[in-house]
Write a protein that binds this ligand. Structure first.
Ligand code: CA
Length: 241
C-alpha cells in the first residue's frame, strides 16, 4: 500500500535527510517548507505529517491546532522546542508523538512507521462500519466510526492515539495496564521513563471528566500503570442512551 509522509520543514537539508530515510522503508514524501505550502499539500491526503514547529510563516502550535480542526492525520512533531512543557502542549493540542531535534533518523523512521500502523483503518480510510457501541458512565464509543459521544449524544473528536489508548482501557476494565502494555496499544516501542503514555492518559482523563460518582475513570497505580474503573457495556448503536 502506498504511504505518503508530509514533511513540514523549512530547512531543506533536514527535509532531504528525512525524505531519504523514509524512502528506505518505501514511504513516499511530500515536502512543504512553510505553513502555506503545508495547507496546499494536505489536499494530497498524506498518511502522516512530520511537523517542525519553527516555520517562517506560522506558530507551530497554532498551525497544529488548526490542522487538528480539519484532519485526524497522525502528527509527529520534530522540533528544537524539546522542553517537557513543549511536548505536553504539543500532545494536548493533538500531536501523536514528539521527537526533539536533532534526532537519530532510525528513531524518526521507527516512530513514523508506528504512527502509520496506528492510523491503519482510520474511518476516513475504510469508510467506517455500523456496529456495536461501548458504553461506560456517561459516554459511548463507536469503535467502527471512532466517535466518542457524551450523554447528550454530542460527538467528541478523538485523535488516533487517544482512540487506541481508550480502546485498550475499554477492552480491559478493572485490569491494571502497564505503560508497556499501553505502548503496545499505540503500536509503539516501549521506552522506560518516556512520559508520552502519561501525557496521553491525562489528556483522555480531562476529556472524560469525572464519573457520575465523582471519581476519575482512569486511576493511576503506583509503579504499575493505570486501571480503567468503570463497567463497560456493549450495545447496539441505534439504542438511545
Ligand atoms: Ca524550522
Amino acid at each position: 500500500m502506498r504511504q505518503i509522509a508530509l514533511i513540514v520543514e523549512d530547512d531543506p537539508a533536514t527535509s532531504h535527510v528525512i525524505a531519504s530515510t523514509l524512502a528506505t522503508a518505501g514511504i513516499e514524501s511530500l515536502i512543504a517548507d512553510s505553513a502555506a505550502a503545508m495547507w496546499r499539500k494536505m489536499s494530497e491526503n498524506p498518511d502522516v505529517v512530520i511537523l517542525d514547529l519553527g516555520l517562517p510563516d506560522a506558530d507551530g502550535f497554532e498551525l497544529l491546532r488548526r490542522l487538528r480542526q480539519q484532519s485526524d492525520v497522525p502528527v509527529l512533531i520534530h522540533s528544537t522546542r524539546s522542553e517537557e512543557i513543549e511536548r505536553i502542549i504539543g500532545i494536548e493540542i493533538g500531536a501523536d508523538d514528539f521527537l526533539p531535534k536533532p534526532c537519530n533518523m532510525r528513531e524518526l523512521l521507527a516512530r513514523t512507521r508506528s504512527l502509520l500502523r496506528r492510523a491503519k483503518g482510520r474511518p476516513s480510510q475504510n469508510g467506517g462500519r455500523p456496529g456495536c457501541c461501548l458504553r461506560f458512565g456517561d459516554w459511548m464509543l463507536d469503535p467502527a466510526s471512532r466517535v466518542l459521544s457524551d450523554k447528550q449524544g454530542l460527538p467528541v473528536a478523538l485523535g488516533v492515539s487517544a482512540f487506541a489508548l481508550l480502546s485498550a482501557f475499554l477492552d480491559s476494565p478493572f485490569q491494571p495496564l502497564s505503560r508497556e502494555i499501553l505502548s503496545r496499544a499505540l503500536k509503539r516501542e516501549y521506552v522506560p521513563y518516556d512520559r508520552i503514555i502519561d501525557v496521553h492518559v491525562s489528556q483522555i482523563r480531562r476529556l472524560l471528566g469525572a464519573q457520575p460518582d465523582g471519581s476519575s475513570y482512569i486511576k493511576t497505580l503506583r509503579s504499575q500503570g493505570y486501571v480503567f474503573t468503570s463497567t463497560v457495556e456493549r450495545s447496539d448503536a441505534t439504542e438511545s442512551v
